[in-house]
Design a protein around this ligand. Structure first.
Ligand SMILES: O=C(O)CCC(=O)C(=O)O
Ligand SMILES: [Fe+2]
Length: 321
C-alpha cells in the first residue's frame, strides 16, 4: 500500500517492551485546531447520539462521553484513520474492531487521573466488557489510541506511563470500588491531586500496601493532533490541570481489540460512573479486515448514515526500502 503506516520491526519491538508507542502525528497542529473548533460545536447536538438514557444526558457521568463516533462523522473517520488503524493492526493482526471511544476532558483546576491498569474493564462496572478467547482469556486488555485534541503537557494534565508494566496486573478488577461523586476533585495521592472519575482506584489494588513506582514515570507531552497507542494493562495516569491556562486539555481515546474478542458478553447495558445506558443502538466498528465472530454485533454506519471507512490490510507486505 502506498500509504502504509504499519509499525516497523523495531517499532513493534519497542511497543512490546514498553507497552506503548508514540507520540505520532495524525493531524498537523493547525489542522487539528481548525477541525476541533468545528466539531466541538457539532457534538453539542446529542440528538443522534446512541445513549439517550437520562444518565447519559445528565452530563455528570463519564458515560455521556462514550461512543460519539457513532453519531459524529469526524470521530467516525478518526477511529478508522489509516495512521491509527495500520499501527494498531500491526500488533493485533489484520482483523480489528473498535469497541469503545471516550472523551477525557480536564478543565482548569481538575484533578489528574489515578494510576490504573485495565484488563477486562470490569473495573467500574463489575462485569467484564472484553473477553479474549482461549489461552489469552486470563490476560487480555485493549489497545487504546489516545489522541490529543488540545495541548497536553505537564501544566494542562498530560498522560503519564510507567514503561514496561503492561505484563503484570497490580489491580484486581473483580474487586469492587465505591462510586462517590463528592470525591471528585477532593483526593490527594503522594502530593498529587488525582482521582478516578468518582472512584478511588486504590480500592482495586491486589496488595493494599503496594505503591506504583512513580520514580520511573514518564510524561507524554503531546501537541494537538498527536496520538499515542498503549496497552490498557500499562500502568497509566494523568497529571492535574494546573489552571495556568484557560484552555482545557482534551484527549479522545479509541479502544481496539481483535475481532476474536467478545465485547460486552451477556449484557445489554453499561452501568458505571454513577450512570447506566442501554446498548440497544451500540455496535462495534470493524476498522480493518473481516469479522467471523458470531458473538459480536458490528455497526456499519453512524446513526446519521455515514459509512465507517474500513482498512483492508490483507495485501500489505513489507514496505519497499
Ligand atoms: O486521559 C486521562 O486522564 C486518562 C485516560 C485513560 O485512562 C485511558 O485512555 O485509558
Ligand atoms: Fe485508562
Amino acid at each position: 500500500m502506498a500509504d502504509d503506516y504499519a509499525l516497523s520491526a523495531q517499532e513493534t519491538a519497542d511497543f512490546h517492551r514498553n507497552g506503548y508507542f508514540g507520540p505520532f502525528t495524525v493531524y498537523e497542529v493547525d489542522d487539528m485546531k481548525r477541525r476541533w473548533r468545528r466539531e466541538r460545536l457539532r457534538l453539542m447536538d446529542r440528538s443522534d447520539a446512541i445513549y439517550q438514557d437520562e444518565a447519559a444526558l445528565s452530563g455528570n457521568t463519564n458515560i455521556s462521553n462514550y461512543d460519539r463516533h457513532m453519531d459524529n462523522e469526524f470521530l467516525a473517520d478518526h477511529i478508522c484513520h489509516p495512521r491509527i488503524v495500520d499501527r494498531v493492526a500491526s500488533v493485533l493482526g489484520p482483523d480489528v474492531q473498535c469497541w469503545r471511544s471516550e472523551f477525557f476532558p480536564k478543565y482548569p483546576g481538575d484533578e489528574g487521573t489515578d494510576w490504573h491498569q485495565a484488563d477486562t474493564f470490569a473495573n467500574a462496572s463489575g462485569k467484564p466488557q472484553i473477553v479474549w478467547p482461549g489461552e489469552a482469556k486470563d490476560f487480555g486488555g485493549t489497545i487504546t489510541v489516545w489522541t490529543a485534541f488540545t495541548e497536553a503537557n505537564e501544566e494542562t494534565g498530560c498522560l503519564q506511563f510507567i514503561p514496561g508494566t503492561h505484563q503484570t496486573m497490580f489491580y484486581d478488577e473483580t474487586k469492587r470500588m465505591h462510586y462517590d461523586a463528592a470525591s471528585i476533585n477532593s483526593l490527594e495521592k503522594e502530593g498529587v491531586r488525582r482521582g478516578f472519575f468518582g472512584y478511588d482506584y486504590r480500592e482495586l489494588q491486589i496488595d493494599p500496601d503496594w505503591k506504583p513506582d512513580e520514580s520511573s514515570a514518564v510524561s507524554m507531552v503531546m501537541r494537538p493532533g498527536q496520538a499515542i497507542m498503549f496497552w490498557s494493562t500499562l500502568m497509566h495516569a494523568s497529571l492535574p490541570h494546573l489552571g495556568n491556562t484557560e484552555e482545557m486539555r482534551l484527549g479522545f481515546a479509541g479502544r481496539y481489540v481483535p475481532t476474536s474478542v467478545n465485547v460486552y458478553p451477556d449484557t445489554d447495558i453499561i452501568e458505571e460512573y454513577g450512570g447506566a445506558v442501554s446498548l440497544a443502538r451500540w455496535g462495534s466498528v470493524l476498522v480493518s479486515g473481516t469479522n467471523e465472530n458470531p458473538h459480536n454485533r458490528m455497526a456499519t454506519e453512524t446513526t446519521r448514515g455515514h459509512g465507517f471507512p474500513r482498512r483492508d490490510r490483507s495485501g500489505a507486505g513489507a514496505s519497499p526500502a
